[in-house]
Design a protein around this ligand. Structure first.
Ligand SMILES: Nc1nc2c(ncn2[C@@H]2O[C@H](COP(=O)(O)OP(=O)(O)OP(=O)(O)O)[C@@H](O)[C@H]2O)c(=O)[nH]1
Ligand SMILES: [Mg+2]
Length: 222
């Protein structure tokens, strides 16, 4: 299990670093999906499910970013997928320089798809372009349907909203329709996928969308 200790990037322009990383990944035909959410909303469980479902046809790597520990990368590695654990030196997000350093350490040239599991919180990760080709966020039904009102930037920056733990909907007052309306008001183009990584409900639609994004990424390579 590889662990990389990262520090805040010294370069002045994160946006420039992000564009350079995106161009590099595009030239290689590897799509990076930046996965953001609050702690415990189900990121690692969802990625594990995706690896189990499509990991035989798609070469997947996972960059796990946390302040400490390596449990998430160990969970991914146990499934046979490539992974690396990055420690963020106390920082609550990944920037593009940190992401590039960790990807270099993991090696991505032969991969079709890389997930960056960003540090868990709904604020800072949305403020930093990581160089990903695609941003997704998770919101679990246990967190409440009012989150688009409180953390608008995260919803505005995400290409897709994955509403997780739908198997638990009957135990919580989560109004899926209200949440969708609130998210679409902030970001009319956002795609919304209600899923349960536990039961598999809704996973096929999400995985189809990921396949399409990968194909588009490779098609527009030049
Ligand atoms: N009922 C239910 N529980 C889930 C589902 N997905 C994840 N969980 C549970 O939610 C908890 C947190 O899941 P993780 O996948 O570790 O969440 P995470 O977002 O990766 O957490 P951090 O990396 O710590 O931010 C675990 O106890 C999971 O078993 C789901 O679809 N249904
Ligand atoms: Mg996790």
């Amino acid at each position: 299990m590889k662990i990389i200790e990262l520090h805040k990037s010294l370069t002045e322009s994160n946006d420039r670093d992000a564009d350079a990383l995106r161009a590099r990944m595009k030239a290689a035909g590897t799509l990076m999906i930046n996965v953001m959410s609050s702690p415990g909303s189900g990121k690692t469980t969802l990625l594990s499910r995706i690896i189990g479902d499509i990991g035989k046809e798609v070469r997947i790597g996972v960059l796990e970013a946390d302040i400490d520990a390596s449990v998430d990368a160990e969970r991914i590695e146990a499934l046979g997928a490539r992974s690396i654990q990055a420690h963020t030196d106390g920082m609550c997000h990944m920037d593009a320089g940190m992401t590039a350093a960790a990807l270099d350490e993991m090696g991505t040239g032969d991969l079709d798809l890389v997930f960056l599991e960003n540090v868990g919180n709904l604020i800072c990760p949305a403020e930093f372009d990581t160089g990903a080709g695609c941003n997704v966020m998770l919101l679990s039904v246990t967190e409440g349907d009012d989150k688009p009102l409180k953390y608008p930037l995260m919803f505005s920056e995400s290409d897709a909203l994955i509403v997780t733990k739908t198997d638990a909907l009957s135990f919580f007052d989560f109004d899926l329709k209200k949440c969708e309306e609130r998210a679409k008001r902030l970001n009319p183009a956002i795609r919304i996928f209600p899923v349960s990584a536990k039961t598999g409900e809704g996973m096929a639609a999400l995985e189809e969308w990921i396949r399409k994004r990968m194909a588009e990424w490779k098609d527009t390579k030049t």
